[in-house]
Write a protein that binds this ligand. Structure first.
Ligand SMILES: Nc1ncnc2c1ncn2[C@@H]1O[C@H](COP(=O)(O)OP(=O)(O)OP(=O)(O)O)[C@@H](O)[C@H]1O
Ligand SMILES: [Mg+2]
Length: 323
């Protein structure tokens, strides 16, 4: 399980701090695919970096923390922000945004696999044995073991993404974080990657966190999801509930803007733009774009609270009989 406990992060800039994650507080369970959605720049990658504990300058955790806990090989573990990195690959792994460019083009894939496996695991094994395990694992994932002798530039974008997912799951981590794993791939390849992630999650019975700005991706594979807006979580719940009965006006507009089979009506999208994180409005950050905003919305930040069991939202209108 991952507990995100009242997390605040910012980026240091020459013009002062830019607050990107603001009081984000929720839990991600074992054995689920959890999705994080929201417009470009709302802080999805920043949140995922905090989850993976890659907190490097100019990113700063101002307050709050993360706790990654679970059980592996019969042993319980618990790591907090600052310690999570000790368990990279073993208990948590990460597929970064634009991961396809992460592989080193001039190094054969087998060397990149061997370099990525933690030393503790390598110590007891000769590399040929490790390579045999890697090659068996690739076969299990319907990938050719011949890929190990290839250079990344010889592979298509979709194939590179599959190899990276294979790398990230090779040690059977309890948590896999994937940032936009299907962006920039055509729909057929996209579907293949999503199927691969779902199959792996079923096999490992672990936690997968999928970041995507594409609501279609969440609809297809996530069990629960959170919607981010301008550095905050504005709604969270079971994916089917979010699509069937969105609560927050922003989610309602996001879901309303999706095309549906047979519906020929004109889709308008969401008017306006998210506020600049350098100078956010004082109350609810969605208020300037919200058709239902009141004076209270423009003045006070709404609390992210449980609306129904397992369903959370941050909207003043909920306290006044509904949105
Ligand atoms: N190194 C940095 N220094 C200053 N600001 C940054 C830095 N990295 C990101 N930001 C700002 O933080 C905000 C959130 O960025 P982030 O990459 O987390 O968004 P995102 O939701 O992942 O967007 P996208 O969908 O485009 O990937 C953006 O406004 C961005 O400009
Ligand atoms: Mg991003």
């Amino acid at each position: 399980m991952i507990k995100i406990d009242h997390l605040f992060t910012s980026y240091s800039t020459i013009n002062g701090p830019v607050h990107v994650i603001n009081d984000v507080d929720f839990e991600i369970f074992d054995n689920e695919i959890f999705g994080i959605a929201g417009e470009s720049g709302c802080g999805k990658t920043t949140l995922l970096k905090a989850l993976y504990d890659i907190i490097e300058f100019p990113m700063v955790v101002d307050s709050g923390k993360l706790i990654l806990s679970g059980e592996k090989n019969g042993k319980a573990f618990s790591y907090e922000t600052g310690q999570i990195r000790k368990t990279w690959w073993n208990n948590i792994s990460y597929v970064p945004q634009a991961a396809q460019s992460v592989l080193n083009s001039i190094v054969p894939l087998k060397n990149q696999f061997l370099d990525s496996i933690p030393k503790a695991d390598k110590k007891n094994e000769r590399s040929e044995q490790t390579l045999k395990r890697v090659s068996d694992y690739l076969e299990e994932l319907s990938l050719s073991p011949d890929l190990l002798n290839a250079y990344p530039f010889q592979l298509s974008g979709g194939m590179r993404q599959r190899v990276i997912i294979a790398l990230a799951t090779f040690m059977s981590p309890n948590v896999v974080l994937a940032d936009e794993p299907t962006t920039a791939l055509d729909v057929v390849v996209q579907r293949g990657i999503l199927m691969m992630l779902m199959r792996l999650q079923k096999q490992l019975k672990n936690t997968m966190v999928i970041v995507s700005h594409d609501m279609g991706v969440h609809y297809q594979i996530t069990d629960r999801m959170g919607i981010m807006y301008s550095g905050s979580m504005v709604e969270l719940g079971k994916t089917e509930d979010i699509f069937e009965k969105p609560i927050h006006p922003y989610t309602q507009m996001l879901v309303g803007a999706l095309p549906r089979v047979g519906d020929k009506s004109q889709k308008t999208g969401i008017p306006g733009r998210p506020p600049a994180l350098t100078n956010p409005p004082p109350g609810c950050r969605f208020a300037p774009r919200c058709p239902k905003a009141t004076d209270e919305c423009r003045k006070t930040v709404p609390k992210f609270s449980e609306v129904e069991q397992g369903r959370f939202a941050a909207c003043h209108l909920l306290n006044r009989g509904g949105v």
